[in-house]
Design a protein around this ligand. Structure first.
Ligand SMILES: C[S@@+](CC[C@H](N)C(=O)[O-])C[C@H]1O[C@@H](n2cnc3c(N)ncnc32)[C@H](O)[C@@H]1O
Length: 438
């Protein structure tokens, strides 16, 4: 008789995958089990069977991990926004350290003696988010929230414990607002950006809005004292609705006396408290002095450039997005920083990157998930700085690029830290300091 593939199976969980699922081995096959923690014995219900692995979800827990905690949020398990709320916060930090060390060891990168941790309040930290919107009359109207875990449905959130509280508090009224809009079934998302001075919401719409729609959006903005923008196509179509001439958003880097301005669709680091600590760490790791020329690659709005410029002879920030380069220049002049300049370059294109105008002793790289392989090759071949500080949002590309640096024979990994930028999610932000082998 054939085994029933829908029946639950009992198994022991051996580890945690990089996306926060329990890893088990059942009849020689690897299973990724949602909701399970290492050391637990659980009963698992199968979700999908693939040739090389299966996925499942915990049906019941037979032996519980000492690290298991009750998730704070009632949507946990359904909402795809968080992955590891069932793991104690100390356990989450250990998990993230393990992900980084596994990735680096797997790429044969010798580790420093310890992996440091940067952490801050793990709740209400998220100042930037893209909320999905669906109008589903069958489910009672508009749903606003993050995607569900295993599908593209939207979790209708009434609150969210990781979003900045003022934004979480807006969620119930946002549902009502969406329902008033004539093209409510053509509003796929709302971008959220929270500055120190104001909060902004950008409503993406696929069909034109009517005048009453704009009036409803403006009234919402005024009542909730929230900047409202609409966006019909790309970032250039972002248009202010309320107020019609809004102030730029900004965030402080207090220890440096800096205020960084940004617009609601610009890249900013998601967690303000961790960002400030990260900027401090990078500047201190680099042991800057006033002879140092610093190259800040993937510099965005100048987040690292302006802070490092205060202790260096000069800084050149390089960034692919021209509007961010413009804002970095503006941020330098608003903060009276005269020794930072910025260039627009595609840093994935070897041929275009050109930073020959400096004699750079220190380099910062903070690339997108795809990493900085090409840019680092140019750094090693043409610049050979004393130190390279690498900020990464993807342990896999960090490991690949670190292996290249080690293989060059010029650099060793001197410091490594996990910055818990995204508590309760499986995202891992890392900083690594490479120094020349003396
Ligand atoms: C992780 S963000 C870091 C931004 C900045 N360092 C900060 O702390 O705010 C990565 C940056 O890389 C930029 N970027 C992405 N692809 C690029 C490319 N091909 N060339 C140059 N910059 C790129 C993005 O626009 C973004 O600003």
């Amino acid at each position: 008789m054939k085994a029933d593939p829908t029946a639950s199976v009992e198994t022991q969980i051996e580890g945690l995958s990089h996306d926060g699922r329990g890893v088990a081995r059942i009849e020689g096959k690897v299973w990724f089990v949602e909701g399970a923690l290492p050391g637990e014995t659980v009963s698992v219900k199968r979700l999908k069977g693939r040739r090389s692995y299966s996925t499942g979800v915990v049906d019941s827990i037979i032996v519980k991990s000492a690290d298991r905690v009750k998730p704070k949020c009632g949507y946990f398990g359904i909402c795809g926004g968080c992955a590891v709320q069932h793991l104690s916060y100390a356990g989450q930090l250990d998990f993230k350290k393990q992900v980084v060390s596994d990735a680096l060891v797997g790429a044969q990168v010798p580790l420093p003696d310890q992996i440091d941790i940067l952490s801050a309040d793990p709740w209400a930290y998220r100042r930037r988010a893209r909320l999905g919107v669906r109008y589903v009359p069958k489910k009672g109207g508009a749903l606003v929230g993050f995607r569900e875990r295993n599908n593209s449905y939207i979790t209708g959130l009434e609150s969210c414990d990781v979003l900045v509280k003022s934004v979480s508090d807006l969620l119930p009224s946002l549902r009502g607002l969406i329902e008033q809009i004539s093209v409510r079934d053509q509003l796929p998302q709302i971008e959220v950006a929270v500055g120190e001075n104001a909060t902004a919401l950008v409503f993406r719409h696929l069909k034109p809005l009517t005048d009453p729609d704009r009036d409803a959006l403006a009234a919402f903005g005024e009542i909730h004292q929230t900047q409202i923008f609409t966006q019909s196509k790309g970032p250039k179509t972002v248009t202010a609705v309320w107020p019609t001439e809004p102030d730029s958003l900004n965030y402080p880097l207090e220890k440096f006396g800096l205020t960084i301005e940004f617009s609601p669709v610009d890249f900013v680091q998601i967690n303000g408290a961790i960002n400030e600590k990260l900027v401090e760490t990078i500047t201190s790791w680099l042991e800057l002095n006033h002879q140092d020329e610093v190259l800040d690659l993937f510099c965005g709005l100048g987040n690292f450039s302006l802070a490092t410029a205060q202790s260096a002879k000069k800084v050149l920030g390089v960034e692919g997005e021209p509007s961010l380069v413009q804002k970095a220049e503006l941020n330098a002049s608003r903060n009276q920083i005269q020794n930072a300049t910025f260039r627009t370059r595609d840093l994935f294109d070897d041929g275009i990157a050109d930073w020959s105008e400096g004699n750079f002793s220190k380099v910062i790289v903070d690339p997108p998930r795809s990493g900085a392989r090409e840019a680092l090759k140019r750094v090693v071949d043409d610049v050979k700085p004393e130190a390279i500080a690498y900020v990464s949002c993807n342990p896999a590309t960090l490991a690949r690029d670190s292996a290249d640096l080690i293989e060059s024979g010029i650099y060793r990994l001197d410091r490594l830290l996990v910055a818990d930028m995204f508590p309760h999610t499986a995202h891992v932000e890392t900083a690594a300091l490479f120094k020349q082998i003396s």
